[in-house]
Design a protein around this ligand. Sequence first.
Ligand code: NAD
Ligand code: WQD
Length: 345
Amino acid sequence: MKKDRILVTGGTGYIGSHTVVELQKAGYPVVIIDNLSNSNREVLDGIERISGIRPDFVEADCTDLNALKKLFADYPGIKGIINFAASKAVGESVEKPILYYRNNLNTLLNLLDLMGPNGVKGIVFSSSCTVYGEPDQNPVTEQSPIKKATSPYGNTKQISEEIITDVITSGAPFKSVILRYFNPIGAHPSAEIGELPNGVPQNLVPYLTQTAMGIRKELSVFGDDYNTPDGSCIRDYINVVDLAKAHVIAVERMLNDASEDKIEIFNLGTGLGTSVLGLIDAFERSTGVKVPHKIVGRRAGDIEKVWADPSHANNVLGWKAETSLDDTMRSAWAWQLKLRERGIM
Ligand code: NAD
Ligand code: WQD
């Protein structure tokens, strides 16, 4: 049976591109909208090399309501949306709050506005463990308290969750699945797509692989005096392909009306906490490549430790993070090697 068309906003980005591949594998025709503000057109080639299918692509900005209206007219029959499009650099959001509020919130508002008139049944929203701030207790469940956001970026995720809730509570004719990602890392095992940060990476794994490659001199470990077993911060690092697969299940759930609930929220993590030093170890062990690193002071605003209780997603979605940390580290390294081979990095 022919499957319904899915609109993926931000689909040439890191998580979006991996999700497009999984949607295609499950038989969904995909149309991507992306303004290429943090990705590039070549990602479409990578997707096509993996799946054999080139997704439809519209280069446009989701904050442009007319461009979105035209997209719905040009690509009829869109039944589901996955909204990845957002600006995501925490530090930049502190410097440019208006850009972050405008981009992330107007994108969401435009999509919600057009869903009803276009007969879209549901929207999957990319939220973040950042909504839990520094948790009182780990692991965090979906019922753990939401803490005041410490950055405009984090605040856009909290406000977006509230906007979705208000719109659906007001009687909008569609559903939503809100996915709170922990720390997505790694790349597709084919090394055809992966994370391509702009400039100096702010996140741990791209900085680590670039250091291992010799692009950066050494990795700074931000603090070893935290209240954790080895003193470095703890996160829940989730493989990006595992993460992508959860989106296909979420879409299916909305399209098939599998749940009575019009809004559902799921943590997407492994349930395992890994320290910064533990992650460096895992990389060195699994790839045999050394990462020069030194301990420096704490990074302002860092959370000491957070990891997920993913049992709600495990039980209700039938989804589980499956890829080992070692395999994930190997995939991140294979992607870095591919970038070198192609002369990109
Ligand atoms: P990414 O920057 O790689 O992908 C986002 C894509 O959206 C980019 O291709 C960018 O060009 C595009 N985009 C941004 N604004 C747009 C607009 N107005 N119109 C059209 N396209 C636009 O980021 P990612 O890591 O793939 O993250 C995807 C989503 O997941 C984001 O909403 C992000 O906030 C969320 N998230 C990411 C992480 C993470 O650590 N990567 C964690 C939690 C949540
Ligand atoms: C991970 C750990 C650092 C770089 C961010 C956002 C969050 C979410 C995920 C979107 C921390 C340490 C890092 C380095 C280091 N994104 N580190 N040296 O901070 O958990 O979360 O991405 O929603 O909102 O804040 O991720 O990869 O930056 O850091 O020691 O050069 O690595 O201190 O403990 P973080 P990260």
